[in-house]
Write a protein that binds this ligand. Structure first.
Ligand code: NAP
Length: 381
């Protein structure tokens, strides 16, 4: 009979345990039995797990977010496979993987959660996080679905350039979790090489990752935001001339003029936070599109008002996108391994900080304060 395959996994491991949602935090580092790989799962040793700019708000309850308590927070991560269930066909112990936190029900792909972060939109999704996939990646080890582990070519990614490698480090690879989200939103509107893509706001964590991703997909980027200093940093994420910046002034006619200086755009990608719902950039960016333009909305709005007459007159398509598909993840990894999507210094991406579990508060603060263009914070247990 096929056996589960494991490396030497210690019986006990350290986790960041969120006991309840409380401000500031009801979180501590505790020891727990290490999870075991059962059929359908892998146990990965966590090398680095990403921290969201709003992690402190979510895990203190300042920003209402549904998740079961108690639990171990922490979502997408870079890990090394430490054990696989007996039904694993390709994953092997020791392999470097990107773990994607977007977990779907196997008997119902419409049920989904974000591991270690978000309970899902309905009761059947909630079930996924109540038991089997409750504990996330701010831990030394995490049990995750086999199909959410994406093998990485370690030699190519971490190897030295002299030997054909790209010379990345762990912190560089952790940026994949930021890139995956806008790649989902850019691909859902079929962004093609040479197209003009407006990205707004381009100065935040996911917006600036969208700039990096759109450039790698061959687009010309028009980066939009309120803050001129931050927009200057966004400009430096791309080679000379590939990123143009436009400030949101609140004057729609003026802003449309700036956006269309080199002709109408093909795509408008937005990943605004809820508080930007009344920003004038929605109208100006949509008005800057040419006939047949496409809009990809990834911001979590309760309500948003859009210039429907202008959209109707130009046959504009609007797509709303939550996260991405597995094919988007494979596409992203192919772009990175090919060297087209650049990480680390080469891509203008920097680690704001790498924190052990015990320093989770510093990690959350750093992610909130230094979540600007190309910055990322990582918890490395
Ligand atoms: N659809 C999905 O699957 C998905 C996945 C992940 C995240 N999200 C959502 O993405 C959003 C952004 O996350 P993030 O981590 O990138 O946040 P972030 O780093 O805090 O960035 C927020 C951005 O919004 C801009 N902004 C804030 N208030 C604004 C306003 N009133 N008008 C115009 N711009 C404003 C900021 O610009 P300034 O520089 O001018 O302050 C900044 O560029 C979150 O709300 C999150 O829920 C969606």
């Amino acid at each position: 009979m096929a056996q589960a395959s494991t490396s030497a996994i210690p019986p006990i491991h350290r986790v960041l345990f969120l006991n309840s949602t409380r401000d500031p935090y009801d979180i501590s580092v505790v020891e727990q039995p290490t999870p075991q790989a059962v059929p359908g799962s892998a146990v990965i040793q966590i090398l680095g797990a990403a921290v969201l700019s709003y992690a402190g708000d979510i895990f203190s309850g300042r920003k209402p977010y549904p998740y079961p308590t108690p639990f171990v927070p922490g979502s997408s991560a870079i890990g090394r496979v430490a054990g696989v269930g007996s039904d694993a066909t390709k994953l092997e112990v020791g392999q470097l993987v990107y773990f994607d936190c977007y977990i779907h029900g196997r008997d119902d792909p419409d049920s989904s959660i974000l591991h270690g972060l978000f309970y899902g939109f309905d009761p059947s999704s909630n079930k996924l996080m109540e038991n089997e996939w409750r504990n996330g990646t701010y831990a030394e080890y995490s049990k995750v679905p086999l199909e959410n582990c994406f093998p990485l070519d370690e030699q190519r990614l971490l190897g030295s350039p002299a030997e054909g490698g790209l010379g990345y480090n762990l912190a560089d690879l952790s940026y994949l979790s930021k890139l995956a989200v806008p790649i989902g939103g850019l691909r859902v509107v079929d962004v093609r090489a040479g197209e003009k893509v407006i990205i707004a706001p381009a100065t935040g964590a996911f917006g600036s990752a969208a700039v990096v991703a759109a450039l790698a997909m061959g687009a010309q980027v028009i980066a939009v935001g309120r803050n001129l200093d931050a927009l200057e940093k966004v400009k430096s994420l791309g080679p000379e001339g590939r990123v143009r910046t436009v400030q949101i002034t609140g004057d729609v006619t003026h802003d449309v003029g700036e956006l269309t200086k080199s002709g109408p755009a093909d795509v408008f990608f937005d990943i605004s936070p809820e508080q930007a719902a009344k920003s004038t950039h929605f109208t100006s960016c949509i008005q800057a599109l040419g006939r047949g333009g496409r809009v990809s909305l990834m911001g979590p709005f309760m309500e948003l008002s859009l210039p429907i007459m202008a959209m109707m007159g130009k046959d504009i398509t609007v797509k709303c996108k939550f996260m991405y598909t597995k094919e988007d993840i494979r596409f992203m990894i192919r772009l990175v391994e090919a060297g087209d999507l650049k990480l680390g210094q080469a891509g203008g991406v920097q680690a704001a900080g790498l924190f052990p579990l015990e320093q989770f508060e510093a990690a959350f603060d750093t992610a909130a304060k230094m979540g600007g263009p190309g910055m990322q914070t990582i918890i490395a247990p």
